[in-house]
Design a protein around this ligand. Structure first.
Ligand SMILES: Cc1cc2nc3c(=O)[nH]c(=O)nc-3n(C[C@H](O)[C@H](O)[C@H](O)COP(=O)(O)OP(=O)(O)OC[C@H]3O[C@@H](n4cnc5c(N)ncnc54)[C@H](O)[C@@H]3O)c2cc1C
Length: 382
């Protein structure tokens, strides 16, 4: 397996590193305090081509490999997890359904502005009664007047409510696909569609800059050309999209682990107790050594899943393993990094506390870690 990047990809990752240090790290703490999505930063990232990272040039993107994308997340996520997550969600689940399953007219109309960084994409799967159990989606799309009448409610949808959002690509129950199986279709619902409203931005423990809301559809009518792909295979389209999303969350977890490892190491080297730096105590050294080792293990799983995708091989199991391992490593590393900082690490003004708050959701979003276990166990024949 070769995880090395091409010259242009390595340059782009370098550009991400620079943007992360000079722009995101400096401005993101204010976004955390204000708990608003920093769309000014996302627009600037769009101008650099970063919002179309996984979309080919033909549709306005830059056609980066998945391995290159993971490397870019590693850079951006070290500066701020909210910005990185709004961005990665846009690049993966917010844009890919249109690229992978849309027709050329739909790609021109909705994907190009997303890839060129002129709009932000959202993915509407989860509902109040359909989280891990995706087949329980009850939002309905019924054929009406040459289009589809959508009724229902979506929960925890990210990137749909900002001043840069175009709307949402959502999953809705359609007619029966035959037999007892329900059919599901994917639909684009633009934000000014009558009958489409949303709740206020939700307040999380972390990812405070991410715009996550409830969406409501009350007789929201969309024309037939808003249906993406076959009206009966939307669920498998959404699940396929989530496979890439899981690699992305794994990469975000790597970036968080790398960030807290760096902070904890630097702090341990300068904090003096009992007349010496606390880094000289073996208990502290072992924590840091464990984080570094686990990070490396998680990194290999994540790059391997990305490599398999890039080389056209199945990667369902590997994406779940990467997400499971990397998110666990991140939450444990964040906790240990706060421990190494002692009291100051507990205070919200300290950057390590911010990363600690951001870590938990990595075990929940895009399929909880229990669901990753289910996916992996299924591939073992269970
Ligand atoms: C900040 C944030 C942003 C999000 N953004 C989006 C978004 O943009 N689009 C979107 O569609 N969704 C989004 N989500 C939703 C997210 O994907 C769901 O929260 C997640 O899939 C879990 O669903 P749930 O919250 O309903 O939990 P539930 O499914 O109710 O699970 C509750 C608990 O039960 C466990 N459990 C459930 N079923 C099983 C099982 N079969 N075996 C073992 N344990 C099980 C779970 O692992 C979990 O621990 C977001 C969530 C958050 C927190």
């Amino acid at each position: 397996m070769d995880f090395s990047l091409s010259g242009p990809e390595a340059e782009l990752v370098e550009l991400c590193r620079e943007f992360a240090t000079k722009e995101i790290a400096v401005r993101a703490p204010a976004a955390w305090e204000a708990a608003t999505c920093p769309t000014d930063l996302l627009r600037e990232m769009g101008q650099l081509g970063l919002l179309g990272m996984l979309i080919p040039e033909e549709w306005g993107g830059i056609g980066m490999s998945t391995v290159g994308f993971v490397a870019a997340i590693e850079e951006l996520g070290q500066a701020d997890q909210s910005v990185a997550t709004a961005w990665q969600a846009h690049v993966t689940i917010g844009s890919l359904p249109l690229y992978l399953f849309g027709n050329d007219t739909q790609r021109e109309r909705w994907l190009r502005p997303l890839a060129e960084g002129r709009a932000l994409g959202a993915f509407g799967l989860t509902e109040p009664d359909a989280g891990s159990d995706t087949r329980a989606v009850s939002t309905r799309a019924e054929r009406r007047d040459g289009g589809w009448l959508i009724n229902g409610r979506k929960a925890f949808i990210s990137n749909a409510g900002t001043d840069m959002s175009f709307g949402v690509t959502l999953l809705a129950r359609t007619e029966s696909a035959g037999g007892s199986e329900p059919g599901f279709g994917s639909f684009v619902v633009e934000k000014d569609t009558p009958g489409f409203t949303m709740g206020p931005k939700m307040r999380g423990i972390g990812w405070r800059g991410l715009d996550t809301r409830e969406l409501f559809f009350d007789d929201a009518w969309v024309p037939d050309d808003h249906l993406v792909g076959d009206p009966n295979v939307g669920l498998s389209q959404f699940l396929r999209t989530l496979e890439v999303g899981r690699i992305s969350i794994a990469a975000l977890s790597l970036s968080l682990t790398q960030a807290v490892l760096k902070m904890a190491t630097e702090y341990a080297r300068q904090r003096q107790q009992f007349g010496r730096p606390i880094s000289k105590f073996q208990a502290v050294q072992f924590k840091l050594a464990d984080i570094a080792t686990e990070l490396e293990a998680a990194r290999w799983l994540t790059y391997r899943a990305a490599y398999l995708r890039d080389t056209g091989q199945p990667y369902l199991k590997e994406a779940s393993m990467a997400k499971l391992k990397a998110s666990r490593v991140a939450t444990q590393a964040a906790s240990e990094a706060v421990q190494i900082h002692g009291g100051i690490g507990y205070m919200l003004d300290s950057p390590v506390a911010r990363f600690y708050c951001d870590s938990k959701v990595l075990e929940i979003g895009e399929g909880t870690n229990e669901i990753q276990h289910v996916v992996i166990a299924r591939t073992l024949g269970c």
